[in-house]
Design a binder for this molecule. Structure first.
Ligand SMILES: Cc1ncc(COP(=O)(O)O)c(C=O)c1O
Length: 338
């Protein structure tokens, strides 16, 4: 039934055990290593990984805020932030989109609360508009509030070193908590995280439900994301290349007669207005080898349908020119430009 061990088979078995030991001992630190690198990247004390940023947003507010606290949230914040806030029992105050006067009114209203947290996307994904973080931090300091930003549309490419909106606007040390994703600029597979003060991260490890009651990120995803962060930590070149690529696309499209919302973000919404037109044009772009998606109501307001183009550091100038040419041809076909 059993093979009789020979010196060779014992040696092979011993070698395999050693390999497995080294494999598992390096896996043991894989997640902690990425958490440390992300904390270093964002210049915060500590980091906790989640399976997604949706989970990071779902797991934060309930732990941090109780019924005696208040949360002040931009009305156009991402759905995952809205859901995360729904799970906590704090007083909820929604301020008008990027409106500092309205935020001040709401901060005054929340003065009797024990703790106040201002919550905003760093960049709002549908229009690529950047939150007025300097004004938000000024008001937060004036009215004794903390600031949280969701950096899914900023991490890895916004700011001189790609650190995000807080770096771009010079407020890194004035924003206390950052959530972001590994699923966009940092590799595109999956994963999310919170960075912030160490006591907060320690608390999340004990209490945050999506962290406690769900699987950890698969090691292969952690490995890919770690390499992406290492590349960004080693050089600013990738982050800085984004500005030139983005402006190439935006300028050429504007010259061709298209309307591109926002000013400089790599999310370039090609505004078309009509939902059917956006969908037909996106289908035609695919025939030119360009994969873009038409967005319409309810994802964006009625009458503001668009094709959302996202520029990547991996695009070459030729890729960008090919994309613009495809837009010109399909735009002429559908009467969007002459
Ligand atoms: C602003 C914002 N926050 C959170 C998320 C969720 O990120 P993830 O895909 O990692 O769950 C997204 C994803 O689209 C997003 O745009």
């Amino acid at each position: 039934m059993y093979d009789i061990p020979t010196p060779t088979s014992v040696a092979v078995w011993f070698h395999n055990c050693k390999t497995a030991f080294f494999f598992f001992s390096s896996l043991k630190n894989l997640h902690k290593n990425l958490e440390q690198k992300l904390a270093e990247f964002h210049e915060r004390e500590d980091c906790i990984l989640y399976a997604s940023c949706f989970d990071a947003n779902a797991g934060l507010f309930e732990v941090l805020l109780g019924p005696d606290d208040a949360v002040l949230s931009d009305e156009l914040n991402h759905a995952s932030i809205i859901d995360g806030i729904r799970l906590c029992r704090a007083k909820r105050l929604r301020y008008k989109h990027m409106d500092l006067s309205d935020l001040e009114v709401k901060l005054k209203e929340a003065q009797s609360s024990r703790m106040r947290l201002v919550v905003t996307d760093g960049v709002f994904s549908m229009d690529g508009d950047v939150a007025p973080l300097r004004g938000i931090c000024d008001l937060a300091e004036q009215y004794g509030a903390m600031v949280f930003i969701d950096e899914c549309h900023a991490t890895g490419f916004l700011g001189p070193r790609g650190r995000g909106t807080d770096e771009l606007l010079g407020v890194t040390d004035r924003v206390q908590i950052v959530n972001s994703t590994l699923g966009k600029a940092l590799g595109g597979a999956a994963g999310g995280y919170t960075v912030g003060p160490k006591p907060l991260i320690d608390l999340l490890r004990q209490r945050s439900r999506p962290y406690l009651f769900s699987n950890a990120l698969p090691p292969a995803v952690v490995g890919c994301a770690t390499r992406a962060v290492e590349l960004l930590l080693a050089s600013n070149e990738i982050a800085q290349s984004m500005t030139a690529k983005t402006m190439r696309f935006r300028n050429k499209m504007t010259q061709a007669g298209f309307t591109i919302a926002g000013s400089s973000h790599p999310i370039c919404p090609v505004m078309l207005g009509d939902a059917r037109l956006a969908s037909l044009m996106a289908d035609d772009m695919l025939k030119h080898g360009i994969y873009v998606i038409g967005f319409s109501y309810p994802v964006v307001p009625k009458g503001k349908a668009r094709i959302r183009v996202q520029i990547s550091a991996a695009h070459t100038d030729d890729d960008i020119d090919h994309c613009v040419d495809a837009f010109i041809q399909t735009g002429r076909k559908h009467g969007v430009i002459s």
